[in-house]
Design a protein around this ligand. Structure first.
Ligand code: DGT
Ligand code: CA
Ligand code: CA
Ligand code: ZN
Length: 572
């Protein structure tokens, strides 16, 4: 049974949660969380590494014990330490920890004092007023628990792109290796590169549909079979995500691909257009009366409506059909147009790799430059740099640049925006940098007005170049902070500042819609990896997807510029 890195990550995270509820040493808890993060960031699968007898203890934060546990997971599919923890602590309690405001300590008290195990128990306890009576809780906590529970219920489970990508690539390979299978395409929100995916929709053409379906529902990664039919089957994958597989005829492949790529809103807009011309459009093709006019390819479907192919990332009914009709579709940015990356960390702060390793990895990607933007002193837990250390780093980078040909490390910092809008380092040192990515990392809970003014005041500093991860959200775990994004965008434009599209799959920040709004205001964006290790540079593909969903073209993106043009643009 092939174990994915995401399986190992999931087990480590659950074990960390259970240990934390149990009151285990914070170091042990953190060790598992760090290990989970290390595993997620790896460019290759742990299963493969073990197969190739690579030494796992050479990975960041992985000692003998964790290496042994990873081997156990890969060899047995389970982790005995986790099984034991599940016996000691009810695993359902970890669900409660996901509710904002409830940490492990509170969950433990609720469980011991009120017998709360599930969200339903929690709701009952809050409604009966028992929670406010507990010491350390109070009326306010009780109210916010009820509020969050309401939110929790309406939220469907969605998955991050990196998790989905892992499932998709192994499924694609599996399906392609099935006899008689011809075309395989993943449609749905995944093809549109939406930041989270609800379920995976796969289309295939095959000579023997039954055989494909049999193999699909009996795959070893399947946890539950939902439906098993001749042309459509659905399963729940071990990771918890549903996968729908459809076998479609060749002559309808393009129409089906179009239909199941969606979005639903885009389909409806297109169907309306078709109706106006007397056509009917569905997953089998475009019809006039009963006659099939088009359906083999997507191009054919669009062409019948006098439209060019609309890239999947644009298909959200946000004006793309009208733009296509007028011949004004954007020429969306492509990964190979990037000349470099403008946000990366090294082992001078909380990154894992050295300046040299980061430079080598960026060169391997064909980049002409990489900006080193380590954290600043306001974030001691990241080992943020004070002016002295940054000055040393600047000197080291200057010396490295003298030796490198055709590649430049840019001198930068990810400068903390302090609560009052000042930047975390004095101007004399910021002035010596090529760029400052300025970010909010603390005090997320300011009022909308204060937060907005804090950021704008920071932009008043002429050393401010790029606003890092502008909304501060973490997908699935932290909402964006309250901020008037439109005002921020206008202020950035007026001050010749730029915005970041942070490519980390749990950030993807700017959002697609804000990205489009920023473009319309004439702002330029940096698509940045925010890599904390060499392999992290490859996160850029998620940012490219987000930028494309935000209608960006090469001209809208700072890091498509060659070095000289970039440096000119960065100067305010
Ligand atoms: P997801 O899975 O929630 O991330 O989002 P999608 O877009 O993948 O949605 P999903 O899986 O429910 O359906 C896949 C595509 O099928 C969807 O993007 C458009 C199409 N589709 C589904 N239901 C309808 C419908 O009722 N009408 C139309 N026109 N298209 C639909
Ligand atoms: Ca879907
Ligand atoms: Ca679906
Ligand atoms: Zn940051």
């Amino acid at each position: 049974m092939p174990i994915h890195n995401a399986d190992i990550q999931r087990m480590f995270l659950e074990l960390a949660d259970l240990l934390e509820i149990e009151g285990a040493s914070p170091f042990r808890v953190r060790a598992y969380r760090n290990a989970a993060r290390t595993v997620t960031g790896l460019p290759e699968s742990v299963s493969r590494m073990i197969e190739e007898q690579k030494d796992l203890t050479r990975l960041q934060g992985i000692g003998q014990d964790l290496a042994r546990k990873m081997e156990e997971i890969v060899q047995t599919g389970s982790l005995s330490a986790l099984e034991e923890a599940r016996k000691r602590v009810s695993p359902e309690l970890t669900t409660l920890m996901r509710i904002p405001g409830l940490g492990p300590r509170k969950v433990k008290v609720l469980h011991e004092k009120l017998g709360v195990t599930t969200p339903a128990d929690l709701k009952k306890a809050a409604e009966s007023g028992k929670i406010s009576a507990l010491s350390g809780f109070g009326q306010k906590t009780q109210e916010s628990i009820l509020l969050e529970l309401g939110r929790h219920e309406t939220e469907e489970k969605r998955f991050r792109l990196d998790t989905v990508e892992e499932v998709v690539s192994s499924l694609e390979a599996f399906l392609r290796s099935t006899a008689g299978v011809d075309q395989v395409t993943v449609a749905g929100s995944y093809r549109r590169r939406k930041e989270t995916v609800g379920d995976i929709d796969i289309l295939v053409t095959a000579a023997e549909p039954e055989e494909v379906m049999d193999r699909f529902v009996n795959h070893e990664d399947v946890a539950e079979m939902v439906a098993h039919g001749r042309t459509k089957s659905s399963v729940i994958q071990r990771m918890g995500i549903q996968v729908d597989l459809r076998v479609v005829p060749d002559e309808s492949y393009g129409a089906a691909l179009h239909y199941f790529t969606g979005s639903k809103a885009h389909n409806i807009a297109l169907r309306k257009l078709a109706l106006e011309r007397g056509y009917k459009i569905n997953e089998y093709g475009v019809f006039e009366n009963q006659t099939l006019l088009a359906g083999r390819t997507e191009e054919e479907v669009y062409a019948l409506l006098d439209l060019p192919l609309i890239p999947p990332e644009l298909r959200e009914d946000r004006g793309e059909v009208q733009a296509a009709g007028k011949g004004r579709l954007p020429r969306l940015i492509k990964k190979d147009q990037l000349k470099g990356d403008l946000h990366a960390h090294t082992n001078w702060t909380d990154g894992k790799d050295s300046l040299e390793e980061m430079a080598a990895a960026a060169k391997d990607l064909g980049y002409a430059y990489l900006a080193i933007t380590d954290h600043t002193q306001n974030l001691p837990m990241t080992h943020g740099q004070d002016p002295d250390r940054l000055l040393k780093q600047i000197e080291v980078i200057d010396r490295m640049n003298e030796k490198m040909q055709g590649f430049t490390l840019l001198k930068g910092a990810e400068v903390d925006i302090l609560e009052d809008g000042r930047l975390d380092l004095p101007d004399w040192i910021l002035k010596r940098l090529d760029l400052c990515v300025c970010s909010v990392h603390t005090r997320f809970n300011l009022s909308r007005q204060k937060q907005t003014e804090r950021i704008i005041r920071a932009m008043d500093n002429p050393n401010f170049t790029i606003l890092g991860h502008p909304s501060g959200r973490l997908i699935g775990s932290r909402s964006p902070y309250e901020v008037d994004m439109e005002r921020v965008l206008r202020a950035a434009r007026d001050r010749h500042c730029h915005l970041e599209i942070n490519s980390q799959p749990d950030r993807l920040d700017l959002s697609d819609q804000d990205c489009k709004a920023a473009k319309e205001l004439g702002l330029k964006m940096a698509i940045s990896s925010d890599a904390h290790r060499a392999a992290g540079l490859r996160n850029i593909r998620y940012g490219i997807g987000q930028a494309r969903r935000g209608w960006l073209e090469a001209d809208d993106v700072l890091n498509t510029l060659p070095l000289e043009g970039l440096l000119k643009m960065l100067r305010r």
